[in-house]
Design a protein around this ligand. Structure first.
Ligand code: NAD
Ligand code: MG
Length: 387
């Protein structure tokens, strides 16, 4: 039997984090969970630490560290803040980045700089820091495997390619989108959607931020940027098609017209297991399909006028530089404001669009420049919301 591989699970208490734990429970000999982090969720962290005998934990602040210390005792080492995430993310064979939002940046950068396998759910760090990630992923041993289901599908479909990045034999990457809870809705109807409407995703159960992003199609826009950064394919070769059943998780169209797709029922444990298991596959059929029960697969064009987030993302991609970081940062602020009841659903993307109107072309060549741009876009979004 091959030796067990160590896992650092950052964002262990969230939706992807808990599903990763489910995969690890099934494979106690193949993997050893050695470190976890989870914002300020100290009780959940202490329960996970006890079950998996984890001795190294990260939390967001000193207050959470003190509370956690009382729960886990002196044998457990506790790390704090983004520096803590860096320490944890450079000391395991496989680092799972399941942190929510831009806060996942230290995990992505530290794991790749240390030459680790990065199993990446946190798309925001890759999108914002694409030029910096491109450099650190050259570190010997460093590799990014995508947990995001569409990109995991593309990773599998690209195994048919006979070329390398940027894949000259690929005509198109075709990202599928469920269309979210508001597929087919008119602009007038969209003007009055509530938080509960937006949180009711038809096919996936996920954390609140990505659920709202799915309702605006900003998630798909971010995924266009993610695909381009991951696979080195310019965005004009990345298409989006709405596929309400969420069974075809994405496709690659080759220059000879062949289309290779990956299919399963929607279940994030499948892409998680894929990213942990490579170069082999784990023997658990998550999301297994039944082709005899009237499975129907339909596809349609996205409504770009009712869901302008998609074109905003393409525009940010064409700008390059700090534009994707601005888009993602402004969106984080607006989604949080919507969840807090401060703005309407349509104002989310309208506000992001107003922020992008103020974008001045800027390159990103260091973390400090990225942090400055992230802060600038957040300030602009907050100022518009406060008006
Ligand atoms: P979630 O909100 O359920 O969990 C987020 C985790 O990050 C929690 O453990 C939380 O404690 C931690 N966290 C939040 N803010 C933090 C901070 N400031 N510092 C440190 N830790 C912090 O989110 P999720 O739905 O699991 O999504 C996580 C990431 O995976 C996101 O980037 C999302 O886009 C991506 N993703 C999720 C899904 C899904 O099915 N949930 C699918 C594809 C991609
Ligand atoms: Mg996705």
């Amino acid at each position: 039997m091959s030796p067990s591989r160590s896992i650092a699970l950052m964002g262990a208490t969230g939706s992807i984090g808990t599903q990763t734990l489910e995969v690890l429970r099934r494979e106690p000999n193949a993997f050893q969970l050695v470190s976890i982090s989870g914002g300020t969720n100290v009780h959940e962290l202490s329960v996970i630490a006890k079950e998996f005998n984890v001795r190294h934990i990260g939390v967001s602040n000193e207050q959470s560290a003190t509370a956690l210390r009382d729960l886990v005792g002196p044998d457990v080492q506790i790390e704090v803040g983004s520096k803590g995430l860096e320490v944890l993310s450079s000391s395991a064979d496989i680092v799972v980045n399941a942190v929510m939002g831009f806060a996942g940046l230290p995990v992505t950068m530290a794991a790749l700089s240390a030459g680790k396998r990065l199993a990446l759910a946190n798309k925001e760090s890759l999108i914002a820091a694409a030029p910096l990630v491109e450099k650190v992923r050259q570190t010997p041993g460093a590799v990014i495997l995508p947990i995001d289901s569409e990109h995991c599908a593309i990773h599998q479909a690209l195994a048919s390619s006979t070329s390398q990045k940027p894949y000259p034999d690929v005509r198109k990457i075709i990202l599928t989108a469920s269309g979210g809870p508001f597929r087919g809705w008119s602009k007038d109807r969209l003007a009055v959607v509530t938080k509960a409407d937006a949180l009711a995703h038809p096919t996936w159960s996920m954390g609140p931020k990505i659920t709202i992003d799915s309702s605006t199609l900003m998630n798909k826009g971010l995924e266009v940027l993610e695909a381009s950064a991951l696979f080195g394919v310019e965005v004009d070769r990345v298409d989006v098609v709405v596929h309400p059943q969420s069974v075809v998780h994405s496709m690659v169209e080759y220059i000879d017209g062949s289309v290779i797709a990956q299919l399963s029922m929607p279940d994030m444990r499948l892409p998680i297991a894929y990213c942990l298991g490579l170069p082999g596959r784990l023997d658990h059929a998550w999301g297994k399909l039944d082709f005899t029960s009237g499975l129907e697969l339909t596809f349609e064009a996205p409504d770009r006028s009712a869901f302008p987030a998609l074109d905003l993302a393409y525009s940010a991609a064409r700008h390059g530089g700090a534009a994707p970081a601005w888009l993602s940062a402004a969106n984080e602020i607006c989604v949080e404001a919507f969840l807090q009841g401060m703005i309407t659903w349509q104002s989310i993307v309208q506000t992001v669009s107003s922020v992008m109107d103020k974008y001045v072309p800027t390159d990103i060549s260091s973390i400090d420049e990225l942090l400055e741009n992230d802060a600038k876009a957040r300030q602009l979004a907050s100022a518009i919301i406060a008006k």
